[in-house]
Every structure is written in C-alpha cells, then in structure tokens.
Ligand binder design. Structure first.
Ligand code: UDP
Length: 244
C-alpha cells in the first residue's frame, strides 16, 4: 500500500479514513491480494510494547488502523493527528454489506458457540448473497482443521474474532492458506448479534463507548487501567521529543 503512517509508541498507524480504507480493501479483495489488517486500540499498543513477539506479529501486517479513541487522542498529543477512528466493527459491517452486494465469500472464526448460532441467522437474513465459506466458534485447541477448511474453500475474507493477541497470531501463522483479506475483530461478533449491547448513543457521541463497556462488565474493569498508563507513556514521549 502506498501510504502514510503515524507512529504511536512505535506502532505505525495508517493515516486514512474509514471510507478510503474500506475502498482499498475492496480493491485488494477483487485482486485476490493477501492482506493482513490489525485494528489496534491502546491496549494492543501497550501489549505490543511489552511483548516483542506480538509486536513482531503486528509489524508484519499490511495495515494497522486506529480502532480506539485513545489512539486518536495519542496521535493528536504527539502533533501527528489521524483523521478519524477506523474501527474493526465498522470495517466488518462494511465488508459484509459489500461482500453481499458483490457475491463474495467469507470465513468466520470466533466468539462462543451460542453467538455463532445467532450470527448464522443474521448472515442468512441480512446478507443472503454473501457466501459463508465456513463459520466456527473461537474455542478450539487445534488450528489445523480450520486452516484446512480455509485452504479448501479459498474465501475472499477471513474474519477472526477471538480477541488479541490470539487473533493476530493466528492470522500471521496461517494467512498463506488463502489470498484473502484477514482481519482481527475482537468482540465484533458479539456486537453484531446483540450479545453485547453497544453503549447508548450519547456515550458513543462522547467517544466514551470504551468506558461504558469497561464499567458495565466487571471482568473488563482491570483492562481500563491500561489507559492511564498509555496516556502517561504518550506524554513522556511528547516531553522527551520537545526537549530535543
Ligand atoms: N474469544 C474466543 N476465543 C477465546 C477467547 C475469546 O473466541 O479463546 C472471543 C470472545 O468470546 C469474544 C472475543 O473473543 O467474543 C473477545 O472479545 P473482547 O470484547 O474481549 O475483545 P476486544 O474487542 O476488547 O479486543
């Protein structure tokens, strides 16, 4: 991709908008170009800074886009602003619609078995012309049967929603199985099926959806703690740079 990037804690983010980025992906899918997309938030950036293996994994991606408002804020603080959030969920729904309109095929891996059942119904009802090449929950011990199925079905898109770092590790390891767009989508199957409710519009408008989710799920509260640490790190980089 001929593109500009902005570095946040040494992770290069594409300078792009949602519509520009998705239209690039459409072209790549039409051309059967093997493409690995990472949708990163501050948690992923911090994790990559602490885990060199994971950092190597996401550095092998063709594009890293700004999934969280924290990334937009970090970019602004460093005086290298990004135009807008390009979220995994928005890319996912765009590709479902575009794939449905263009008779493309998709492979789905991730979430709990009951979520996958709901996802099957939604795909059949709302995206009837999208070919479902394969669809599996995200709780498995052996990658190989899934990789074999991807090799056989050769989908145009591979959606992996098992959460980071597993989803990106899976993609890096197996992306040679098909010349598809491979993308890690976190909890997107949960959101599309209504299993996890999106925050009320007012929270979304204030860019506080992450806070709403963090506060409404006790298991996520610990994960919120990474945000202040991330902002401190960005501030330190800014101060250091301004001293030079
Ligand atoms: N998940 C999975 N396999 C696992 C662990 C998690 O498929 O071994 C799924 C989980 O059911 C959820 C998603 O991965 O649907 C992770 O969602 P989360 O909201 O934690 O991801 P985020 O969007 O915050 O990265």
């Amino acid at each position: 991709m001929n593109k500009q990037t902005v570095s946040i804690l040494n992770i290069p983010f594409d300078v792009t908008t949602l519509s520009e980025f998705t239209s690039k992906l459409h072209t790549k899918i039409n051309n059967h170009q093997n493409t690995f997309v990472v949708t990163a938030n501050p948690e992923i950036v911090m994790y990559a800074n602490q885990h060199p293996e994971y950092r190597k994994t996401i550095s092998s991606a063709d594009a890293i886009v700004a999934d969280g408002i924290g990334i937009i804020i970090g970019a602004k603080m460093l005086d290298t602003p990004l135009p807008e959030r390009v979220t995994g969920y928005d890319i996912f729904t765009d590709l479902l619609t575009w794939g449905n309109n263009n008779h493309k095929s998709a492979f789905f891996i991730g979430a709990k078995p009951e979520v996958i059942q709901k996802l099957k119904t939604i795909l059949a009802n709302n995206y009837p012309d999208l070919v479902v090449a394969g669809i599996h929950d995200g709780y498995f011990d052996d990658d190989q049967p899934l990789v074999d199925e991807i090799t056989t079905t050769q989908p145009d898109m591979v959606f992996i929603a098992t959460g980071f770092p597993q989803q990106e590790t899976f993609i890096q390891k197996h992306r040679h199985a098909a010349n598809a767009v491979w993308i890690g989508l976190g909890g997107s199957f949960d959101v599309l099926t209504g299993t996890v409710k999106r925050a009320p519009q007012v929270w979304q408008d204030l860019h506080l959806e992450w806070l709403y989710r963090g506060l409404s799920d006790p298991k996520r509260i610990g994960r919120l703690m990474v945000l202040p640490k991330y902002l401190v790190k960005v501030t330190q980089i800014k101060i250091k740079r301004n001293r030079k």
